[in-house]
Design a protein around this ligand. Structure first.
Ligand SMILES: CC(C)(COP(=O)(O)OP(=O)(O)OC[C@H]1O[C@@H](n2cnc3c(N)ncnc32)[C@H](O)[C@@H]1OP(=O)(O)O)[C@@H](O)C(=O)NCCC(=O)NCCS
Length: 331
């Protein structure tokens, strides 16, 4: 179906807190070691946002950079979507806090919860409003303060996550530019393998839920790994195939950064060399909704992306949720 407009990323930025948590630091906190973490995950360090600041702080910082880069008046933003599973509070939405901070008086704003697929989901949702002509400027941000839900006595999860945010601006573009195609999936049966049970309406916070550590991430790592590798690889291969492309047609592959071995599995399936991928898991670990826009923003900053490039995004995470998106870089 032909769309009235194309939606393209016309600006991108990211923000990472300065404080580093290295593998050596974690060795002092739990029974682990640098060699195990590097060989099993590819992670060397992650960034941690200080206490007293929430995810909106990361988003605000990323948005400040984006607004400056685009010389954009916040009043011109029509919609703000924040993809996050670590909102500042249950309600109001973090996107509303951001809307107030920016002075984006004409924007409506909401959060989207799809864990590590959050940015992909939000990008596709935001693009719909541009493609129909309803909106001209949509801000889509993927951000998480994962350190706020990590149990730093659990060596199986605390090594994996970090904090960060990435933001994009979506605007109408020429027909052959911007988002071309997407494939998004969900399978709620994955809920038992990766979740945070406490603090919602099913298990509201009580002394008992805190004693049982239900406010922390729980994960069966091996199960999640077994789901993530084929899912991300398959959904990436599928979107290429249905667009008549093969691996070598991709100028830049931006995968979710959960585990280097998951990324390697996908690269192998696509027959893509590592040089074509944006990989920063060694420095930032898994920032959930933040990983894809942060990695893409860094690649743009490094001059690795030019107008007309074909870019593939792919992710898999809690829900389960997984998906891919194909775009042509527009600036
Ligand atoms: C978590 C993960 C890194 C574990 O790697 P793995 O190769 O599957 O390791 P296993 O779970 O098989 O554990 C191997 C051993 O290392 C141990 N181990 C676990 N964490 C450890 C750590 N931080 N340091 C040292 N040893 C550790 C385990 O206890 C286990 O010991 P055992 O063999 O004596 O039982 C991996 O499963 C993973 O990345 N899963 C996906 C997680 C993810 O991406 N989540 C977010 C999705 S968006």
């Amino acid at each position: 179906m032909k769309k009235p407009f194309s939606a393209a990323i016309t600006g991108i930025s990211h923000y990472l807190p300065e404080q580093r948590l290295t593998n050596a630091d974690l060795e002092k906190m739990v029974e682990t070691n640098d060699e195990w973490i590097r060989s099993r995950t590819g992670i060397a360090e992650r960034r941690i946002l200080e206490d007293g600041k929430g995810t909106s702080y990361l988003v605000n910082k990323a948005m400040d950079i984006l607004l400056e880069q685009k010389s954009l008046d916040p009043k011109d933003i029509d919609l703000i979507i924040v993809a996050t599973i670590t909102p500042d509070m249950i309600f109001p939405a973090t996107a509303c806090l951001v809307q107030e901070y920016l002075g984006a008086k004409n924007a409506w704003a909401f959060d989207l919860s799809a864990a590590c697929c959050g940015f992909l989901y939000a990008l596709v949702v935001g693009a719909q409003f541009v493609e129909t002509g309803a909106h001209k400027k949509v801000a889509v941000i993927g951000a998480d303060k994962m350190s706020s839900v990590v149990d730093y006595t659990d060596r199986e999860t605390c090594i994996l996550f970090g904090d960060g945010a990435g933001a994009v601006l979506l605007e109408p573009a020429e027909e052959n530019m911007g988002l071309h195609d997407f494939i998004l999936h969900a399978d709620g049966s994955g809920k038992k393998h990766l979740n945070q049970l406490g603090g919602g309406s099913l298990h509201p916070a009580t002394h008992e839920t805190v004693d049982q550590k239900l406010h922390y991430i729980r994960q069966q790592g091996r199960e999640v790994f077994r789901f993530a590798v084929p899912s991300m690889a398959e959904v990436s291969a599928q979107i290429l195939e249905r667009n008549g492309l093969v691996g070598k047609d991709i100028d830049l592959f931006v995968p979710h950064q959960a585990n280097k071995r998951i990324i390697d599995g996908t690269l192998k399936r696509l027959n893509l060399p590592e040089e074509r991928a944006a990989i920063n898991i060694d420095r930032y670990a898994n920032t959930a909704a933040g990983t894809i826009p942060i990695a893409l923003s860094e690649a743009v900053e490094q001059g690795r992306v030019k107008r007309g490039d074909t870019i593939l995004l792919a992710s898999a995470g809690a829900g389960y949720t997984w998906g891919s998106a194909l775009l042509t870089w527009a600036y």
